[in-house]
Design a binder for this molecule. Structure first.
Ligand SMILES: Cc1cc2nc3c(=O)[nH]c(=O)nc-3n(C[C@H](O)[C@H](O)[C@H](O)COP(=O)(O)OP(=O)(O)OC[C@H]3O[C@@H](n4cnc5c(N)ncnc54)[C@H](O)[C@@H]3O)c2cc1C
Length: 453
């Protein structure tokens, strides 16, 4: 049984055709701009179905993934690997071939935009969308920042040519000097105002004129990317980074949402729920969106820099911004999911997580509230190379779901790869789960059995 909604005819032809073919709404476009959103009654959702999870992978590819995750289950190997790999690349040792055929292939879409096309198309065949991420990190200097801005725009224009790429993501440190962000952040913390924007304005005034001008160039790059995203109808996701640079990123993103999220939903900020102050922050952002009448675009993550945050807090003698326990992070994450789904009229949310419970919770809440799984204000996403059981089963259940797909030259995506290796070391956690699922699927294929529960 399905319900067919006819809304306004205002979607690019290619994306529209894809939507109709696959029966889901184009996330990132406001409801009034969707031509057709077909809502099908989904089958029962389970993340244990490895047949659906790995249908896109050959046995050879599964075995290669298995060996990689197995290697990552040895903490000593990951420790050495994450130290030696960046050094080997810098020293020009011939390691790129090994990296390309192992960890790079698992977690990265390709070295160039063009190289990602087969990966992107393969996902489209399974109703899985893509968030493109230009994975180059750590470049400094005005010329590099301008180049990064141009590259982001190239990514946006490329995304517009592909029917299943509704978003691209950006780190503000890609086009702003880290130390300048840090200085602004400190200035904002020195201000006593309750208002994020007032703190930002006050901190800007304390900068010397050359730094104010440098910041103006950052703002100008940000606006140029927003304009390109708006024109191409691609969502622009701003990643969250370390707490000591995050305040100006939040302020700038909120100010831009006030302009760009009135008609369409162009911009999304990221909220890290491993921080103990972020649930309140999310609620305040929602209040601001209501007061100013724009849609709050928000990507919910737990957060990727926990050790760095804790170490810095300990070294500098301030209270850690990180939650006291995993349970506390989980609670705030799930409460944030609840809050967003309770306010879907004013919030467009991306549930960016590999946590099965959080994903199941989001789908259950949609069901309870009678929202379609492909409601245009909710999207799900996992990193490419991880948790295919979640992504592909969500897609099968009619959810709008994507893989976060980085691309870039091997030498430039090494920091991203090292984070992925570290994230996957715990046997109890992600790696153990991935290994178990691949083993189950290999066994199922060998026995020719159907693993559906
Ligand atoms: C699409 C996408 C976009 C992303 N964008 C960003 C981004 O912009 N910024 C960013 O920082 N990260 C980002 N991430 C990475 C994300 O933060 C990590 O993948 C995520 O933290 C792993 O958590 P999980 O929700 O998958 O679930 P789980 O595996 O259930 O949770 C693991 C996480 O819980 C938290 N945690 C673990 N132990 C503790 C503890 N003892 N105390 C407190 N908290 C604990 C940590 O955040 C840890 O990473 C993104 C991820 C995805 C999928």
């Amino acid at each position: 049984m399905f319900v067919l909604y006819l809304i306004f005819p205002d979607v690019t032809a290619q994306k529209d055709a894809f939507l109709r073919q696959h029966g889901y709404a184009s996330f990132g476009l406001p409801l009034r701009h969707q031509r057709i959103a077909m809502i099908t009654t989904p089958p029962m959702l389970s993340f244990d179905n490895t047949e659906i999870a790995f249908a896109h992978k050959s046995e050879k590819e599964l075995r290669a993934s298995y060996l990689l995750f197995k290697a990552m289950s040895y903490p000593w190997l990951v420790q050495w690997g994450t130290k030696l790999t960046p050094w080997a690349i810098r020293s020009g040792l011939p390691v790129q071939g090994i990296i390309r055929n192992t960890i790079f292939r698992q977690f990265v879409g390709g070295e160039t935009l063009q190289a990602t096309i087969p990966v992107v198309q393969r996902m489209a065949a399974y109703n899985v969308q893509v968030i493109l991420d230009y994975g180059v990190e750590g470049m400094e200097g005005e010329t590099s920042y301008d180049q990064a801005r141009d590259e982001f725009i190239r990514v946006i224009n490329f995304a517009a040519t592909q029917p299943n790429i509704p978003f691209m993501s950006v780190k503000v440190t890609g086009f702003a000097r880290f130390a300048l962000l840090e200085k602004l952040d400190a200035g904002m913390h020195a201000s006593e105002s309750d208002s994020l924007v007032k703190r930002y304005q006050a901190a800007l005034k304390t900068l010397p004129v050359p730094e104010q001008q440098e910041w103006e160039r950052v703002v100008s790059r940000f606006k140029t990317i927003c304009e390109a995203a708006k024109n191409a109808r691609i969502g622009f996701l701003v990643d969250a980074e370390e707490t000591w640079i995050q305040e100006p990123v939040d302020a700038l993103t909120m100010i831009m949402m006030d302009t760009y999220n009135k008609q369409d939903i162009v911009l999304y900020n990221t909220v890290q729920l491993y921080r103990h102050d972020r649930l309140v922050f999310l609620q305040k952002c929602h209040e601001a969106a209501e007061a100013r009448n724009f849609v709050l675009g928000v990507k919910l993550v737990r957060g990727a820099y926990m050790e760095r945050e804790r170490n810095r807090a300990a070294a500098n003698g301030y209270v850690s911004p990180i939650q006291p326990s995993k349970e506390a992070s989980d609670k705030d994450y799930n409460d944030a999911v609840r809050f967003c789904i309770d306010h879907l009229a004013q919030i467009a949310v991306i549930v960016a997580s590999h946590n099965e419970q959080s994903n199941l919770l989001a789908v259950r809440l949609l069901d309870e509230k009678g929202h379609a799984h492909n409601h245009p204000h909710i999207h799900f996403s996992q990193l490419y190379g991880m948790s295919d059981n979640i992504t592909y089963n969500l897609a099968r259940a009619g959810c709008s779901v994507s893989k976060y797909l980085p691309f870039g030259p091997i030498k430039d995506v090494v920091p991203y790869l090292m984070r992925r290796a570290q994230e996957n070391t715990s046997v109890k956690g992600q790696t153990g789960r991935e290994l178990g699922l691949i083993e189950k699927e290999l066994k199922r294929r060998k026995n020719g059995q159907n693993s559906k529960k």
